[in-house]
Design a binder for this molecule. Structure first.
Ligand SMILES: N[C@@H](CCC(=O)N[C@@H](CS)C(=O)NCC(=O)O)C(=O)O
Length: 208
């Protein structure tokens, strides 16, 4: 059984979408980050970095409980554990890992700053909005170019790279982005949004 510690955010949804896609049974432990539950000693024992998501696999490597933090690493772990959503062939596997890292190192941090300056900052900071908004739109351009003539970010198959990126693009309205400006991203987004497992994963935790 997988224990999933999460909240209804873009990083949290990566893990819940993945668990829904691969069909492994899991228990949800809501961590309301707005109430600072991530800073409690109980949660720090699971994730010393006080972020969601985290998982504990009761049947990890060698059959022992295994804790995973960092959403990208969680996706890789679950893919390797199940043999799903990441190719075994080295060249194709690393194509997927490249686009997963593009999400982890680029889209996540930059879009996160856009969300902060557009929605959460206690004072209006035009420079922050301009700086991160510009880089956000540049990254949408990279995604749009990558998806020209392709259905998926890597390998011509749906993979953890797509799962990692989708919940961030799902916040395009927060980013003040019109997906019509990025038609390949919109086509890709609409196909993934229609997947039942994605729709279920986006609603986890149910009561958040
Ligand atoms: N690099 C981490 C980032 C996780 C992250 O930033 N999670 C946010 C929610 S999307 C969080 O837990 N925020 C709580 C806080 O910053 O106190 C990952 O990919 O798992």
């Amino acid at each position: 059984m997988i224990e999933l510690y999460t909240w209804k955010t873009s990083n949290g949804r990566k893990a819940s979408i993945m668990l829904e896609e691969i069909g492994l049974p899991y228990n949800v432990h809501p961590i309301p980050i707005g109430e600072d539950v991530q800073f409690t000693p109980e949660y720090i024992a699971i994730n010393p970095n006080s972020k969601i998501p985290a998982i504990v696999d009761s049947e990890g490597p060698d059959g022992k409980p295994y804790t995973m933090i960092e959403s990208g690493a969680i996706l890789m772990y679950l893919a390797e554990k199940t043999g799903k959503l990441m190719p075994r062939d080295m060249a194709r596997r690393y194509e997927g890992i490249q686009w997963l890292m593009f999400q982890m190192g680029g889209i996540g941090p930059i879009f996160g700053q856009v969300h902060h300056f557009e929605r959460a900052a206690k004072v209006d900071v035009p420079y922050g909005k301009e700086r991160y908004g510009k880089e956000c739109r540049r990254l949408y351009g990279v995604l749009n170019a990558r998806l020209e003539g392709r259905n998926w970010l890597a390998n011509e198959e749906y993979s953890i790279a797509d799962i990692a990126t989708f919940p961030w693009v799902a916040r395009y309205e927060w980013q003040k982005v019109d997906l019509a400006d990025y038609p390949n991203v919109k086509r890709w987004f609409d196909v993934i949004a229609a997947r039942p497992a994605v729709q279920r994963g986006m609603e986890i935790p149910a009561d958040a």
